[in-house]
Write a protein that binds this ligand. Sequence first.
Ligand code: ATP
Ligand code: MG
Length: 415
Amino acid sequence: MIRKVKGTRDILPPDSRLWAGVEAEALRIFSSFGYDEIRLPVLEPTDLFVRSVGEGTDIVSKEMYTFSDPKGRSLTLRPEGTAGVARAYIENGLGQRPQPLRLAYMGPMFRYEKMQRGRYRQFSQIGIELLGSSTPEADVEVILALHTFLAVLGFDDLVIVLNNLGDPEDRQRYIALLKKELAPHRERLCGDCQRRWDENPLRILDCKVPSCREIVEDTTPVAEAASAESRAHVDAVELELADLGITVRRAPRLVRGLDYYLRTVFEVISPELGENTVLCGGGRYDRLIADLGGPQVPGIGFAIGEDRLIEVLPAAARDRFLGERAVVLLPVAEGAAAVALGLARDLALAGIRAEVEVTGRSLRAGLKWAAKLGARAVVILGEDELAAGEAALRHMDAGEQERVPLERLREALVP
Ligand code: ATP
Ligand code: MG
């Protein structure tokens, strides 16, 4: 037997309905805020991620699915969405459109990671990007749209943590300070952090190894190295969010796994999944598009991990997305199959979910099948019923049965 690739998942019915429901809700809410969907390739030139996400990051240094195409070009299965959006912005001259540009995206991402709950090698993200504004209000809007989406799904226990990474100039100064503070403990850092020391020292702050965490706890938080201007920006974001009834928790040591972020960075944490399995990550990236050779265009956005979101989806949203239970149409009389199929069409057009028995089951076997499906009602088309232009309508939960004229069946089946 051929098995799926490790770290990938088969999303089977009825769970697939949860995915469709979450995605439809995301498109509805985000498009209400003005974010239209952009659909981008899964396959991109490797260089795109090396130059945006950054060479010293975990993603680029060890998590990418990179290979050569038959002509020897290095391609990568996208590990995240923002780099592709930035590339598309430049390539399609989206700077010519009225600014700011609001874009939403969703789809599969690929990272070679150690598999565990909430961590897969193919996973899905839902994200938005606001390009062309550097004001605090842009940050506030993006976080407001995120908060609104999560609230509509019924989440009420999520925590938004926020930090100020400062500007790239602040970061140079900060990294020098950090290295000075860490120098006496350098030998005790884990192997990964030894490597990060030269490649990307900021990532040491993000190490999950307990002994590294302990050492890091005594260092100056990155937020304290932010310039006055950068502080004013992030403070304004926090204040304006509070005015909208959205409280955030400051996390002065939070850094994120991508190099392009500056100033505002944030994460959404679910108590159920814990701090090591973050639901959503985002931040401001004002130099990214210019660094990729495009115009000087600031941006801010986030990506929600859809797999993780669905894992902790509130019950009310689950029930809503799983949808109504089916009606079973059970033709038992000679020639009743055509009547059943005609009824299925009427019901489909009325938006009522109905499944026809097409394998030739008897009444008894058909009822058993309907019960297994969890049908809410069964429409039995027998000799007597059809002769009278009627059907027997059996309500499965109540165990009651009534005769209904065929032309009244549709209204009788409205849930
Ligand atoms: P983590 O710290 O959990 O590795 P990250 O910082 O690498 O997350 P981002 O690059 O910010 O994650 O991606 C945004 C979101 O995408 C994450 O918050 C998470 O919900 C989701 N995500 C990232 N990697 C995975 C994965 N391997 N499997 C499932 N979801 C993921
Ligand atoms: Mg990661």
